[in-house]
Write a protein that binds this ligand. Structure first.
Ligand code: PLP
Length: 226
């Protein structure tokens, strides 16, 4: 693989990515393993949405960046049950609700909270044993259970594609997620109103945008290799 963006500053990389995004698509800068000074550089050029995949790391960075009070924090990693309460307290968004049991846990915890994060359900359009999340058929089976979670603010679907797909396969998989969100919204008569599509990373965000992504989660293209 070549690295054409090597040598660019974080500001220049952000500019390059931002130019490719339609105005309605939110850029979430994924800062796992990225240092606080680099996060500040991103903030200085206008980034306000940051994504982390571990609660401990998110907590540490939040406390170091307390002075930047208008940051929106997104949790994008697998959430362990024992960290669920912390995640609710710390995050505006949790993109990675990946099982009915986690959804039920968050629902119980959310009953006592004034602040309820916005949630995405993590779905695998294609089989991928190395990833968390529902398969399409599992999600359809769990819809009834999800609808019983009355305290959750479920806003959309999230996906991570398996490695090694061709460009047409990437586009097709992202389009499948979009269609699935519309199907579920219609089937549940908007009880689950899945308007947000969190999809696309450094390697595939162009196709995610084409398929209607509302949020892209980009790390390496902004900060370089971790
Ligand atoms: C790391 C990560 C990203 C960003 O990936 P890049 O390839 O660095 O753009 C996006 N989403 C999730 C869930 C991640 O863990």
């Amino acid at each position: 693989m070549t690295h054409p963006e090597r040598g660019l500053t974080v500001a220049e990389r952000i500019e390059k990515v931002t130019q490719q995004l339609p105005p309605q698509t939110k850029l979430i800068a994924v800062t796992k393993k990225i240092s606080v000074p680099l996060i500040r550089q991103a903030y200085q050029v206008g980034i306000r949405d940051f994504g982390e995949s571990r609660i401990q790391e998110l907590e540490a960075k939040q406390s170091e960046l307390k002075d930047l009070s208008d940051i929106t924090w997104h949790f994008i990693g697998h959430l362990q049950r024992n960290k669920a309460k912390r995640a609710i307290e710390l995050c505006t968004w949790i993109h990675s609700v990946d099982s009915l049991s986690l959804a039920r846990r968050l629902d119980q915890l959310a009953i006592n909270q004034t602040h309820r994060p916005k949630l995405c359900l993590q779905v695998k359009m294609l089989d991928d044993p190395s990833k968390y999340g529902w398969s399409v058929s599992e999600l359809k089976q769990d819809l009834v259970g999800l609808l019983e979670c009355k305290s959750l603010d479920i806003q959309g679907l999230m996906t991570i594609l398996p490695l090694g797909l061709s460009e047409p396969q990437k586009l097709k998989a992202f389009e499948g997620i979009n269609t699935l969100a519309q199907e579920i919204t219609a089937q549940t008569d908007h009880a689950l109103n899945l308007q947000e599509l969190s999809m696309g990373m450094s390697g595939d965000f162009q196709w995610a945008i084409q398929a209607g992504a509302t949020m892209v989660r980009v790390g390496r293209s902004l900060f370089g290799d971790r």
